[in-house]
Design a protein around this ligand. Structure first.
Ligand code: MN
Length: 437
């Protein structure tokens, strides 16, 4: 199972320290455990910012990075070792492990967070902390600051709270080689899953059988699991963008839309393929599919440093509109349907989002009050055009009604252009049909 090394996390903290002003600190709690029902929890998944900085995957933890004139100090707050509890809930690294295995300068039981914040924040001028995302730590911090401000010490604690979104977002947005290696592994595993699904689907099978095959393939290859709930849509279910019920049967002549990706050491893969359940595209399916595929390939070829997500979206829309007009699904002329946005009836989402530790990853899309930011090497984005003709759409020719098609790949921006990380997953009509000889 691929994992990043402690040295990589240490380097990330060092890079972050260089951007954190002297006299400032960053507090990042991990995600809370969430009850699913009764006393059982949803599977725990660490907070992405926290995991990015620590590689620590246990619940009930937090990290504090402090940049003082003496340099950077890294405190990790964790669940203390407790042999009796660990028999029930699993192994813990404890404060010793936090120092030895995770490179903390100092570690404390999580119960001591308030006391330590009081101690360590006394001489901090500004604190970076995402209040809105961590309500319980936010409440605790409020009490600590209140207490500090009433104290008799010369230092009064942080006078300002800042949102760390830009600080962490810009770091996470630009992927380092070791992150790209994880994303390549995600692409490989996700590719195996999509290929098996396209090969094995048959009329009469249920969507959940294909979902199970995808998830089995992710886990069998050492992925954490799925990066987001998998969408497996038969026929007109593909017209529901976030369809996750996955409980219908495939019929002869249906298309199958799968939007699913593996999560590798926290990194998301996000891939969509649309393929014929019976192995061959019908004429109408083929015509609509070619429109989406041409637009997608055109959009991918436009990814390079200096291009922008808005620019790529616009050229994708133009290609889709051209196709919709040719097929008689839209009428009028190209400039007019672009301007009046009548295409939105069939293409209602955006073409791209950032991809990384979160499937819709962090990082600004626009520079302050400005246009869509220029792409630079190391960014990873999706290209995912689609066309969805509702089954009851009266304006479209009957032969296209009920068809939903999306094609999505994960694209790395390189110094000279781009690399399609998920290029090996079949998507041309001939490659898809060849899976079912
Ligand atoms: Mn996506």
């Amino acid at each position: 199972m691929l994992r990043l090394t402690p040295e990589i996390y240490a380097r990330r903290r060092q890079v972050l320290a260089e951007r954190l002003p002297v006299g400032a600190a960053l507090l990042v709690p991990t995600a809370p455990e969430v009850l699913r029902s009764g006393d059982s929890h949803y599977p725990f998944r660490p907070d992405s910012d926290f995991y990015y900085l620590t590689g620590f995957a246990e619940p009930g933890s937090a990290c504090l990075l402090k940049h003082s004139s003496q340099g950077l100090s890294f405190s990790l707050f964790v669940q203390a070792r407790d042999p009796e509890r660990e028999v029930w809930t699993g192994r813990r690294a404890g404060v010793e492990g936090a120092i030895e295995r995770f490179g903390a300068d100092q570690a404390f039981p999580i119960e001591e967070l308030a006391e330590q914040l009081h101690e360590q924040l006394a001489d901090v001028e500004s604190l970076y902390f995402a209040e809105h995302r961590h309500p319980s730590t936010s409440e605790l911090l409020k009490q600590v600051r209140e207490k500090l401000s009433r104290g008799r010490r010369a230092e009064l604690g942080p006078s300002a709270l800042h949102d760390p979104a830009d600080l962490l977002g810009e770091l996470r947005l630009h992927k380092q080689p070791e992150e790209i290696a994880l994303m390549r592994e995600g692409a490989r595993i996700t590719g195996e899953a999509h290929r098996l699904a396209m090969e094995q689907v048959r009329p009469g099978m249920f969507e959940y059988e294909i979902e199970a095959l995808l998830h089995y393939t992710f886990r069998r290859n050492g992925a954490w699991g799925w990066a987001y709930p998998s969408i497996v849509g038969a026929g007109e279910n593909a017209c529901i963008l976030h369809y996750v019920e996955n409980n219908c049967a495939f019929k002869e002549g249906d298309l199958m839309l799968i939007d699913a990706g593996a999560e590798i050491d926290g990194y998301a893969t996000d891939v969509t393929r649309t393929s014929p359940v019976s192995g061959r595209f019908s004429a109408a399916q083929r015509e609509l599919y070619e429109v989406v595929l041409d637009a997608q390939e055109e959009a991918i070829s436009a990814v390079r440093p200096g291009a922008s997500i808005d620019g790529i979206h616009e050229l994708t829309v133009r290609e889709l509109c051209r196709g919709l007009l040719e097929l008689g699904i839209l009428s009028g002329d190209l400039e007019q349907v672009m301007a009046d946005k009548s295409y939105r009836r069939y293409y209602m989402h955006r073409t791209s989002h950032w991809l990384g530790l979160d499937v819709h990853d962090v990082g600004r899309y626009h520079l302050r009050d400005g246009p869509s930011r220029p792409l630079t090497a190391g960014m990873v984005l999706t290209i995912e055009p689609g066309l969805y003709i509702a089954p009851d759409d009266e304006l479209a020719p009957a032969r296209f009604r009920g068809l939903g098609i999306r094609i999505e790949d994960d694209i790395l921006v390189t110094e000279v252009g781009h690399e399609n990380l998920t290029a090996a997953i079949p998507k041309s009509i001939s490659d898809i049909e060849a899976l079912r000889p």
